[in-house]
Design a binder for this molecule. Structure first.
Ligand SMILES: Nc1nc2c(ncn2[C@@H]2O[C@H](COP(=O)(O)OP(=O)(O)OP(=O)(O)O)[C@@H](O)[C@H]2O)c(=O)[nH]1
Ligand SMILES: [Mg+2]
Length: 738
């Protein structure tokens, strides 16, 4: 292709604009890096949050951790997405100019004039709609012929991006329809309320006559990968009005998402300008307008609204609507700053004739409409020279003068989002900052655990005391059983000779009934007492059992401080108590030393009942010393039998008395136990300053008593890690605001 002319001044100006824009890119680059760092810090924090919660922390920390909302990460992602687009704009090495307007206004013609490219590459049409799809035209020096890459919709994209908007807008059903379903059954009829609208009827016609009726012709393309085509085939994919040799309409454009055309621009000095030719929008395809224009928000740097004023042209509803759609679809794109309205002036002989007057009228009336563009220009779009002077030059001048403020406008928009994000992140980081504040605080932990300890200990001991109080006058079953056993043993194992012969033998041994009798008394008495020897210990054992109840309670609250199971727990605790814990020391000491067995209570009690079993105290008339046992008496009275009877009687009397006496004391262990424990509880819970003594003692032993304290080192370390992560996140967050 022939190069027409090179205006180096123009090339430099375009380069200057592009370079200036790239400089803005570095600021965005920085913001993006900060945002990414911020995201990383927050992701890190959120991972630690989950780990903490999974591992289990104290309730307060867990609640505070749970309150941190990491939704801000998604907000960062969204902003990163927008920055990515901005960056690709700033880094673009071309200025992309797009044309937007209704059909047959001369958009394609304008682009032809601008580039010097012919109608094979940028097809224009004299009948009906011409351009059928979005085409991007870029300069690639050295190409003798244009080449194009055609991208088709996938079936899924076609169903979501093309069909669904028609079905939704026209009320044909809310369920998204697949290509297969669409091919099988024609779209349902227009709902009643839409039937009167000419717009809706036209749109429905486009769906039914173009998309549905021709589906068999273009459906195969929806599954096709992108293809490369030669220059002469470009119209077959770009235009709406090509026909094949048999005169049938070619409808490839319906399946085309975008065509990228590379060619060598004849005007090489505008090589760094890329062009975006859009299908003419109209009543029928306004549904597609939004989608097409959305693409422009990312790809276009400058938009030319093109209008060829027809007879009696006014800025009517259709134009206001088009502008409105464009403004909504373009989002952050500073439309008023980056668009011109081109009024396409035709001369006599052209379709519509000389429209000079109409152009001027519309130009002057434009400011009265809500349409906001940077400039409104009148130019003959079919005249290359005029397009250069009237359109391109003003665009370049305008961009050169305004590139800074345009970028600032973009910047303002995302800076606002950055500020909002910074604010949101700060709120969450404030929460994070305090979340584990108390996690590694040993003093606080101690206070919490001590309060719990004190509540439980007092409760348990008081309950025990109440129970003992209730039973203090009741017999001690265990002790009573021991007493009963002893009495039974005493009655069954008396030590009394079982026959008169035994008595006679003993008499022969000493040669005296008196001596034998007295010796029997000694033996019976000691046997008798022998049966009760262990009762004092049994009484003590009963008390030990009650002490054990206290031990159990203490152990349940003192963790690993003492691992012994026995009574000596009391002694162990006593030994661990600090010297100045006077009350506790006394309380523990008294309890572990409490012993009733040394007093020999039972034996004392019994001894007074068995005087009759002592020879000197024996008052039996039969065996009084005054009546010496003589040969005659012996024979006459059957003395052995009398001795046996007497011994049995004396034993029985002693046993009966003892039983009565013992039955009087079977409640004593219960009473003793109550007073013993009451004394202990008073001493360790109620004495003045005793709580302080516990506090001092347990603070010293806290690592043994509470497992939480054993973790405190680990907790401190985790707290430090968390703090570092929060600080890091706060620091990177602070970088978001300039
Ligand atoms: N004489 C003259 N003819 C023009 C001018 N602008 C457009 N035309 C003709 O009008 C017809 C439509 O022009 P296009 O450039 O295809 O219009 P378009 O806006 O691209 O139309 P669509 O692609 O259908 O949206 C073509 O035959 C053009 O040659 C102009 O300024 N002067
Ligand atoms: Mg066109």
């Amino acid at each position: 292709m022939k190069t027409i002319q090179i205006d180096t001044h123009r090339t430099e100006r375009i380069n200057a604009i592009i370079q200036q824009r790239q400089r803005f890119g570095s600021q965005i680059e920085q913001d993006k890096a900060n945002l990414e760092a911020c995201k990383l810090a927050l992701v890190n924090l959120s991972q630690h949050q989950s780990e903490f919660l999974a591992r289990g922390v104290d309730a307060t920390s867990a609640q505070r951790l749970g309150e941190i909302n990491f939704e801000v990460i998604n907000q960062i992602d969204r902003l990163l997405g927008s920055l990515e687009k901005l960056l690709s704009r700033c880094h673009r090495s071309t200025i992309n100019i797009a044309v937007v307007g209704y059909a047959r206004q001369g958009k394609s013609r304008l682009l032809q004039s601008l580039t010097g490219l012919n109608h094979r590459i940028i097809p224009d049409g004299s009948e009906g709609y011409c351009t059928g799809t979005l085409s991007k035209i870029v300069h690639q020096p050295g190409l003798s012929q244009a080449v194009a890459k055609v991208h088709f919709y996938s079936s899924n994209e076609f169903s979501k991006q093309v069909l669904a908007p028609y079905y939704e807008t026209l009320g044909l059903g809310t369920k998204s329809i697949t290509v297969e379903e669409f091919a099988r059954t024609p779209p349902p009829g227009l709902p009643l309320e839409k039937k009167n609208s000419e717009f809706d009827k036209a749109r429905y016609g486009h769906l039914r006559k173009d998309y549905y009726s021709n589906i068999a012709k273009y459906r195969h393309l929806l599954a096709s990968p992108s293809i490369e085509i030669a220059e002469q085939d470009i119209p077959l994919y770009v235009t709406q009005d090509s026909i094949d040799q048999s005169g049938n309409k070619i409808v490839n454009y319906l399946a085309v998402k975008e065509v990228e055309i590379s060619c060598s621009f004849p005007h090489e000095d505008i090589g760094q300008i890329s062009l975006l030719d859009l299908p003419g929008l109209g009543d029928t395809n306004l549904i597609e307008a939004e989608r097409l224009i959305k693409i422009l928000s990312e790809e276009a740097d400058f938009i030319l609204f093109v209008r060829r004023p027809e007879a009696n042209a006014v800025w009517g509803e259709a134009y206001l609507k088009l502008y409105q759609i464009a403004r909504d679809a373009l989002g952050d794109f500073p439309l008023a700053k980056c668009s011109f309205m081109i009024l396409n002036r035709t001369k006599d002989g052209a379709e519509g004739g000389d429209n000079g007057y109409r152009c001027q009228k519309l130009q002057s009336e434009l400011k009265e409409t809500p349409i906001r563009v940077a400039q409104c220009i009148i130019a003959d779009c079919s005249n290359s020279q005029e397009v250069f002077i009237q359109v391109l030059e003003p665009i370049l001048n305008y961009l050169a003068a305004n590139v800074e403020s345009i970028e600032k406008e973009y910047g303002r928009s995302y800076q606002k989002q950055l500020d909002a994000l910074y604010h949101n992140i700060s709120i969450e980081l404030d929460k994070a900052n305090g979340a584990l504040a108390r996690y590694g605080d040993g003093d606080l932990l101690f206070e919490q655990l001590f309060a719990q300890f004190w509540r439980k200990l007092t409760n348990n001991l008081e309950n025990l005391l109440a129970e003992l109080k209730e039973n203090r006058d009741n017999l001690d079953n265990e002790f009573a059983q021991q007493v009963e056993n002893a009495i039974q043993r005493c009655r069954s194992n008396t030590g009394i000779p079982s026959t008169c012969e035994e008595i006679a033998q003993r008499r022969h041994l000493f040669g005296s009934y008196n001596t034998a009798y007295n010796e029997f008394l000694h033996e019976i008495r000691t046997t008798f007492l022998g049966h009760f020897l262990y009762l004092d210990q049994a009484m003590q054992l009963s008390l030990e059992n009650r002490k054990n109840l206290v031990v159990k309670i203490l152990k349940s609250h003192l963790g690993e401080l003492v691992d012994s199971e026995e009574i000596d727990v009391l002694k162990i605790i006593y030994n661990l108590l600090p010297d100045n814990a006077n009350n506790l020391k006394i309380g523990f000491q008294k309890l572990y030393k409490f012993d009733v067995s040394h007093a020999g209570r039972v034996i004392r009690l019994l001894r007074v009942n068995i005087d009759q079993l002592k020879p000197d105290m024996n008052t039996s008339a039969l065996l009084s010393p005054a009546k010496e046992f003589t040969q005659e008496i012996t024979a006459e009275l059957n003395i052995e039998k009398q001795i046996l009877d007497t011994l049995q009687k004396l034993h029985q009397e002693a046993a009966d008395k003892s039983e009565t006496a013992l039955n009087r004391i079977v409640c004593e262990p219960s009473t003793d136990a109550y007073f013993m424990i009451e004394e202990f509880v008073d001493r360790v819970l109620r004495a003045k300053d005793v709580q302080l003594e516990w506090r001092i003692f347990l603070r010293k032993e806290c690592y043994q008593v509470w497992s939480e304290f054993r973790q405190i080192e680990q907790r401190l370390q985790q707290q430090l890690i968390w703090k570092t992560l929060v600080e890091r996140a706060s620091y990177v967050n602070s970088l978001l605001i300039r």
